[in-house]
Design a binder for this molecule. Sequence first.
Ligand SMILES: Cc1cc2nc3c(=O)[nH]c(=O)nc-3n(C[C@H](O)[C@H](O)[C@H](O)COP(=O)(O)O)c2cc1C
Length: 188
Amino acid sequence: MLCDLVMKNRSYRSFDESRTITQEELFGFVDLARRTPSARNRQPLCYRLVHTKEECDTLLPLTGWAALVNVKLPPEGHAPTAYIVICCDTTVEPNTTRVLRDIGISAQTIMLAATEVGLGGCMIGSFSPDRVSTALNIPEKYRPMLVLALGKPDEKVELIEAVDGNVTYYRKNGIHYVPKRTLEDIII
Ligand SMILES: Cc1cc2nc3c(=O)[nH]c(=O)nc-3n(C[C@H](O)[C@H](O)[C@H](O)COP(=O)(O)O)c2cc1C
């Protein structure tokens, strides 16, 4: 059910490293994403797949995790086992802000597909596109826009209702709590 998938598809920041992810699995996710809507059907998004231990180790320190909590995430030994770097092909769309909506659609589709097979992860916007490009030898015409970190989650994330508009997520007794604004708060 879509509802179950959406609820299960949280941002996870701790993973069971024994569950590796193959290139074929990543191909499958992108094969789904390429069939999602795209403004004017331009399809400017391209994808750099990362699944080897070596490249995962290279990418991890270039990504920023859970800036709002004072904990080192992912914890040592609980890193993502794959990444998908969503890039804008600037020869298709030079204005990278025009592709942001496409990216959201693609990213959520990939995360839901990962959730369906028992994986999960986190969308990462905190990174330097230049540093990621250099580290992964991404050709200049592809601009890294969003990193999807993937793995088998091994932490508990719980949604709670936001009180007085406070949406700051926090961790308590090993559980990551995410306040969501109530339905009454968001219907205008
Ligand atoms: C576009 C986007 C960028 C994000 N970037 C980061 C990031 O750089 N680091 C991080 O730890 N989480 C990042 N997140 C995850 C959010 O913090 C997370 O979605 C939010 O706390 C709500 O949690 P939930 O996804 O479990 O509902 C990002 C989410 C989105 C949609």
